[in-house]
Write a protein that binds this ligand. Sequence first.
Ligand code: SAM
Length: 330
Amino acid sequence: MRQGSPMDRFGRRVDYLRVSVTDRCNERCLYCMPEGYRGWERKPDHLTAEEIVRVVRVAAGMGVRYFRLTGGEPLVRADLVDLVRSLAGVPGVACLGLSTNGRRLAAGAQALRRAGLRTVNISLDALDPRVYRRITGAALEPVLDGIRAAIAAGFERVKLNCVLLRGVNESELWPLVLFAAEHGLPLRLIELMPVTTTSVLSKRNFMPLGQAVELLRRRDELVLEPDPHLGWGPAEYYRLRHTGAWVGLIGAMTRPRFCEACNKMRLTAEGKVRPCLGDHAEVDLRSALRPTSRDEVVRERLRQALQAKPRRHAFEPQYQPGRPMAAIGG
Ligand code: SAM
């Protein structure tokens, strides 16, 4: 039976689960995956589609309403369209979204839309192909094709995500804003978080949101839109008066109130529930799924994770990530 959304110890409603469907990726973003990373989970340890559907069914029964598939890169998973179809049919799932780098979206967007996927977030850190390659190790053009395909497929929302890297992509910010405005897509600017162990995570490369806002203010006027219904997460949205672009700001590092309204937990590809991205605590769910056990056991582990959700992330300069973002699910 469906209930109101579950609450954590601090009175926050937790109605959003990010589901990592793989830790594999076809890009190598500077800020995400350490160079030469070999720490992949074994394939047999990844949750199967049936297991993911089961977790989502139990979570939806507890009142979790929003689900986003992520990774790694979800589109490298061969059964993604079938998985989306199954998940979209689970009672209580109010909205199913996907986070992707967009490389394989040109081929997959229509099928995903038809399968019941409703929203798509696409990473786009630069529009200059050289800068894009420097950040991701890959070519830009397939991603632009993917963005066009997503727009053509008629998703309810398509958003762009850009991680701010001082000295790497600040000159890309304004071109990205113009691109976002031209295509009518909200652009979210994300502060670099210490969730990997690459050398890019230094003070030198960190660009606070405030600095990005200053750059935008030199070109346009930012008007705060407190609740533009553009997402389920922590972004603060602004409308740029002259270009008309929507810009969302996601500042885990410099916004002191970032965690106050946190409504999400994460499920890693190998079946751990992570109550907070910036805290090492995890609850193992896979052992509750294999061999098949009662839904009650799965529900109990989800409750344990909910109770373990900390008031605030532990991202401080000295935070040492246990494993990279791709392994946790971004
Ligand atoms: N492959 C997909 C993609 O590219 O969007 C989904 C996974 S990716 C890990 C999800 C999001 O995490 C992306 O928007 C990415 O930019 C963000 N991300 C990864 N590492 C990050 C970091 N160190 N700081 C801030 N955001 C990060």
